[in-house]
Design a protein around this ligand. Structure first.
Ligand code: SF4
Ligand code: SF4
Length: 423
């Protein structure tokens, strides 16, 4: 990215000096982790381009949308329905962050023992380093884990924040609460955009997001069938890009990548060694540029073949039904689909364990790595349940608890290598 965007970044209020440093560190990491891979699919070039322009061209597009009067909505959780934002002509951007930024400053607001994902998201705001956060008209928080709930109060002192109440259980009363919240969010979007959601606009929004999820499910299924046609790192990157790219263009690009991967599968073109161990990663979401664990796993003799994660199949399974002729019927379909996201913030949450079991079988994985961020109580607690599942089914299991620093790279490598050797 070059000087051509400097004025735009200035107008967005970025800290230009620190921002330059960030881009240079990211560029280096990207080269080491992604571009250094051998025999990568050609279709990844689109995603390399998107990443190279992540604070440039895409931000310019977003500013153009804003200039046309379309609202820009920042989110931190896959529970916020993009279908509704699209139905008012808006743009939805995922703002979760995956790097240690301004943590010293963040710790003036949040306890040190807050998970890295929350600290990072606040750090990008405090450090004025995220053009997406700066460009968003408002951000949507949610009542998922306690850390996020409290962090939104602080975020709200710096940015316009709207909070959705997410149910904590999966009973009828919880569904009724969620339906009400979806209605409240619909009204909020209509008020902010000055546009009314119609059955037609909502159906279109549903179909656009369904297509995006379907193509990501297609990519997932290709990896089950041909596990070595694409690395887990690249597949993760595709999922990460889905949170901020234009949805239609993204869907087309993933479809082209999938066409190529199927051809590679038939011709037995592989990115790695045949016989590498296949790993299912399950747990906390990995936001850009959190690539540490996949990099360690895939440079230790294994390939990641599936992710039970919100940057992965927890977010892409299940479509919203687009049948129904009224807004209310379509909203009901949205409510039903989103109640099936089996986040560890729910109690009880046996469905997530069932999902892991099913994904292990369908992906043909040889072992499960459970990935938790330090201080993430919901996923750390559920780690034991995942271990119990694995023990009962003779599935190899390793639990990892880490953060965004590189300080534990060596230790992680030792543990992961030993695990891969064992399976
Ligand atoms: S893990 Fe839970 S809180 Fe985090 S994005 Fe997923 S659904 Fe939202
Ligand atoms: S990783 Fe865990 S603690 Fe952090 S925001 Fe997600 S659910 Fe909350």
């Amino acid at each position: 990215m070059s000087g051509e965007y400097v004025n735009m970044w200035k107008e967005l209020g970025l800290d230009l000096e620190s921002h330059d440093q960030l881009l240079s560190v990211l560029g280096q990491a990207y080269g080491d982790i992604f571009l250094s891979q051998k025999n990568r699919p050609e279709g990844m070039k689109y995603f390399d381009f998107v990443v190279s322009e992540v604070h440039g061209l895409r931000i310019r597009e977003i500013m153009e949308e804003k200039a046309k009067g379309n609202i820009i909505v920042g989110t931190f959780c896959v529970y916020v329905p993009e279908e509704l934002v699209l139905a008012v002509g808006g743009v939805q951007i995922g703002l979760c962050a995956g790097a240690e930024i301004a943590f010293e400053k963040v710790e003036e607001y949040l306890p040190r023992n807050t998970c890295a994902l929350i600290k990072s998201s606040l750090g990008f705001r405090l450090g004025r380093l995220c053009p997406y956060t700066q460009a968003a008209d408002f951000v949507v928080g949610e009542t998922t884990c306690d850390g996020k709930k409290k962090a939104y109060e602080i975020f709200g002192e710096m940015k316009d924040v709207y909070v959705m109440e997410i149910p904590q259980m999966k009973n009828d009363a919880d569904r009724a609460l969620w339906k009400k919240e979806i209605g409240r969010f619909t009204a909020e979007l209509e008020k902010r955009s000055g546009r009314k959601i119609t059955a037609e606009s909502l159906k279109k929004g549903i179909q656009t997001v369904n297509k995006k999820r379907a193509v990501l499910q297609r990519l997932a299924a290709i990896r089950y069938k041909y596990p070595f046609v694409i690395s887990g790192r690249d597949a993760l990157l595709v999922n990460q890009v889905s949170f901020y790219d234009n949805p239609e263009r993204f869907t087309d690009s993933v479809a082209k990548l999938c066409d190529e991967l199927e051809e590679r599968g038939k011709k037995k073109i592989s990115i790695g060694e045949a016989g590498a161990k296949k790993i299912l990663v399950s747990g906390c979401p990995m936001a850009v540029p959190n690539w540490k664990v996949p990099f360690v796993v895939e440079t230790s003799g294994a390939t990641i073949v599936a992710e039970e994660s919100c940057v992965g199949e927890r977010n892409t399974r299940n479509a919203v039904k687009d049948s129904g002729s009224s807004v209310d019927q379509l909203l009901d379909n949205i409510v039903d689909r989103y109640m099936k996201i089996n986040c560890a913030c729910f109690t009880p949450n046996k469905e997530r364990i069932e999902d892991i079991s099913a994904l292990y079988a369908s992906s043909g994985a040889d072992g499960v790595i459970h990935y938790s961020l330090q201080f993430c109580t919901p996923y750390l607690v559920e780690s034991k349940k995942v271990k119990d599942l694995c023990d009962s089914r003779n599935m190899q299991f390793l639990a990892i608890e880490t953060d965004y620093s590189s300080g534990d790279m060596e230790q992680l490598k030792t543990r992961i290598e030993a695990f891969i050797e064992k399976i």
